[in-house]
Design a protein around this ligand. Sequence first.
Ligand SMILES: NC(=O)C1=CN([C@@H]2O[C@H](COP(=O)(O)OP(=O)(O)OC[C@H]3O[C@@H](n4cnc5c(N)ncnc54)[C@H](OP(=O)(O)O)[C@@H]3O)[C@@H](O)[C@H]2O)C=CC1
Ligand SMILES: CC(C)=CCC[C@@H](C)[C@H]1CC[C@H]2C3=C(CC[C@]12C)[C@@]1(C)CCC(=O)[C@@H](C)[C@@H]1CC3
Length: 337
Amino acid sequence: MKKVVLVTGANSGIGLALCAHLLSQDAQLQLCLACRNMQRAEAVRQALLVSRPRAQVTLLHLDVGNMHSVLRAAEEFKQKCNRLDYLYLSAGIMPNPRVDHKAFYKGLFSINVVCMFATGEGILTQEDKVIPIGLQEVFATNLFGHFLLVKELEHLLCQMDHNSLVIWTSSSNAQRSAFSLDDIQHQKSHEPYSSSKYGSDLLSLALNLICSQGLYSSVICPGLVMTNLTYGILPSFFWTLIMPIMWLIRIFTNTFTLSPYNGAEALFWLFMQKPESLDPMAKYHSLTSGLGNNYTQPHKMDNDENMSEALYVKLLELEDTVRKKLRDEDLYIKTKN
Ligand SMILES: NC(=O)C1=CN([C@@H]2O[C@H](COP(=O)(O)OP(=O)(O)OC[C@H]3O[C@@H](n4cnc5c(N)ncnc54)[C@H](OP(=O)(O)O)[C@@H]3O)[C@@H](O)[C@H]2O)C=CC1
Ligand SMILES: CC(C)=CCC[C@@H](C)[C@H]1CC[C@H]2C3=C(CC[C@]12C)[C@@]1(C)CCC(=O)[C@@H](C)[C@@H]1CC3
């Protein structure tokens, strides 16, 4: 049976590297690239087909930060495919990132220096905004849109005859201290990225605990990778300039995977595993040794079942509110026409 794989954020960075890797491994694969920009998506599809001309690569229009788009995309996917084996949730944003230079230099001379380079903890903040539906943008894109997509595709994911796996691209920057159950959208502070990634860790655990038969969920961390996301933190020429320093740092922290191919290691590794053999409490890290060898290692996540179930309940409540808003908007448009 041909495996069906859906990848969000497939047109660049880690998502794109994963797609190329998957196609080189399994030519029989049915791969669906879910992207918000169809021109970029088509260019990527053509590029992937150059090395695998007979591969089955389709496109799906999806803006994961727009809930209308999520519902439409899920509907379109269900019409096209009657099976889904792997759902890779790789789309993500970190808008207006700021490096706290004072904290960075302080961290350089502290005993936590390796941890600082591995997680970016305490030195990175972002400016978030509210999108038209009333959600915080980072929460909507990195977490809620994906949650809604999983809910919409639940019937395809929960099948009796085979297991399927949802894979969240989280981060080592996901910190419990940045997340609050009273402020799941992170309206009140300046680490929405960390909060949304911690939320995805909790949600993955909740999916394993709550969801029906056949559906499994896992979380990965790609390490620090040079992509459009990191070029938003510091310009690409700066990263190129300090590349030799980063290769040096790699000797002390194997989390500097640096290339999208290396960063996608854990995503690809999960594709090779049986979903039922995975640990729901583990985050699977892509790691690269000082000599440049890639491997995947599980690390216990800093979360608990009660918290993850509480988040799941809050997301269900928010889902109701959002669906009602979407219906009201539809009704308004219909009555206006
Ligand atoms: N780079 C790193 O060091 C790390 C990255 N990550 C995570 O890895 C994932 C991939 O990021 P990375 O490859 O680094 O960065 P990129 O910016 O290269 O990739 C992000 C992808 O997400 C897509 N995307 C963003 N917003 C939306 C949206 N609203 N709807 C649909 N697609 C969207 C982008 O599409 P478009 O091209 O249209 O913008 C792009 O394809 C993210 O979740 C990120 O948080 C985690 C840890 C470290
Ligand atoms: C490397 C040098 C000499 C300077 C750069 C310092 C920081 C800008 C850099 C150090 C650790 C980095 C890091 C991230 C961003 C850039 C740093 C803070 C992330 C937070 C990027 C996104 C993620 O999801 C994390 C896994 C990264 C962790 C490390």
